[in-house]
Design a protein around this ligand. Structure first.
Ligand SMILES: NC(=O)c1ccc[n+]([C@@H]2O[C@H](COP(=O)([O-])OP(=O)(O)OC[C@H]3O[C@@H](n4cnc5c(N)ncnc54)[C@H](OP(=O)(O)O)[C@@H]3O)[C@@H](O)[C@H]2O)c1
Length: 301
């Protein structure tokens, strides 16, 4: 199959492209940076600029599936301007793709969008699955709602739409994990707040395997892209320290300190999301790294 990927140059996209090419799929990717455009066998880059509604329309030629990963990184200070960018980089880009699919003759059958877990209510004991109707009232939750609405529009064009509500992606190449590992390596590691907040995480290999699974099985609907074994922040911090053979002797970092340092973005460290992975498993997906100890050992041993 030929898969058009947005955000292919990011943490998840990079790994996904490698996996798809290794399975003999062809990749087209859209990038906002001209300097990142490369043309390798089976992997062609195209320029777009969603803010200016610019897109190289040749990107759609021969494409069977679109995977939409593009979006401004949420781990930067949430100023009002940046909040707008977080939303529009996801929704305007989706709209640009929608208009292209609508306008140009094509053979696209499926649209898969990254999504987030922030849409779910805060939870410690209650495990939420994709049937949950209660949502959280937060900035990120509203981002996810708009993002998913923009993906759902592709159904009008007759496409299968799949949304992967992705938890904290564990990778040693970027994202949250290296930021947690750094202070622990230096001997200054500590859990956040009371450490009880539940982290629904996923190993990067499992996440990209889930995208491949979604493509090859043409699945549609909303799926949680999280491990079946979420853990508390305290447990995660402890497993990292044990794997790195480093002590944890400092008291936990109080929430108000991180709020002072990071502002509203400190939400990312303290929100608690206890989510189910049952739906994707019932569809036949098997995790390679369901348990945190194996996942951290794979990335940092
Ligand atoms: N990593 C996680 O833990 C995690 C968890 C849940 C959900 N997600 C979501 O999954 C998607 C991919 O995550 P990631 O970790 O791979 O992200 P990433 O490393 O930050 O990469 C995102 C890519 O999006 C493109 N991009 C950035 N700003 C943009 C803008 N203003 N307009 C259009 N494109 C822009 C960039 O590609 P170009 O420079 O090539 O244009 C960038 O490489 C994101 O939407 C993210 O929110 C990630």
């Amino acid at each position: 199959m030929t898969i058009l990927i947005t955000g292919a140059t990011g943490l998840i996209g990079n790994e996904l492209v490698k996996l798809l090419l290794s399975k003999n799929h062809s990749v087209h990717f859209l990038t906002t940076s001209l300097s990142k455009i490369e043309n390798k066998p089976n992997c062609q880059g195209f320029y777009w600029n969603p803010e200016q509604s610019k897109i190289d329309e040749n990107c759609i030629y021969g494409v069977d599936v679109i995977v939409h990963l593009a979006g401004a990184n949420i781990a930067k200070r949430w100023t009002n301007n940046y909040k707008q960018e977080i939303i529009e980089s996801r929704t305007l880009s989706s709209e640009l793709l929608y208009n292209l699919v609508k306008k140009k003759p094509n053979q696209v059958k499926q649209f898969i969008s990254a999504s987030g877990t922030a849409i779910y209510p805060e939870s410690f004991d209650t495990v939420y699955d994709e049937t949950a109707t209660a949502t959280e009232d937060s900035f990120l939750s509203n981002v996810v709602k708009k993002w998913e609405e923009s993906a759902s529009r592709f159904q009008v064009l007759g496409l299968k739409v799949c949304k992967l509500r992705t938890g904290i992606v564990l990778s040693n190449a970027g994202g949250a994990l290296p930021e947690m590992v750094k202070p622990i390596k230096m001997g200054f590691g500590a859990a956040m707040g009371n450490g009880k907040q539940i982290q629904s995480w996923i190993h990067i290999n499992d996440l990209v395997a889930m995208y491949l699974f979604a493509i090859e099985n043409q699945i549609e609907g909303v799926y949680n892209a999280v491990t079946p074994h979420p853990i508390s922040n305290q447990e995660l911090t402890t497993v990292i320290a044990k794997t790195l053979k480093k002590p944890l002797f400092l008291p936990n970092i109080p929430q108000f300190v991180m709020k002072l340092l990071l502002g509203e973005m400190s939400y990312l460290l303290f929100s608690s999301k206890n989510l189910s992975a049952q739906k994707i498993m019932d569809n036949g997906f098997q995790f390679q790294f369901p348990e945190i100890k194996q996942a951290i050992a794979d990335l940092y041993s």
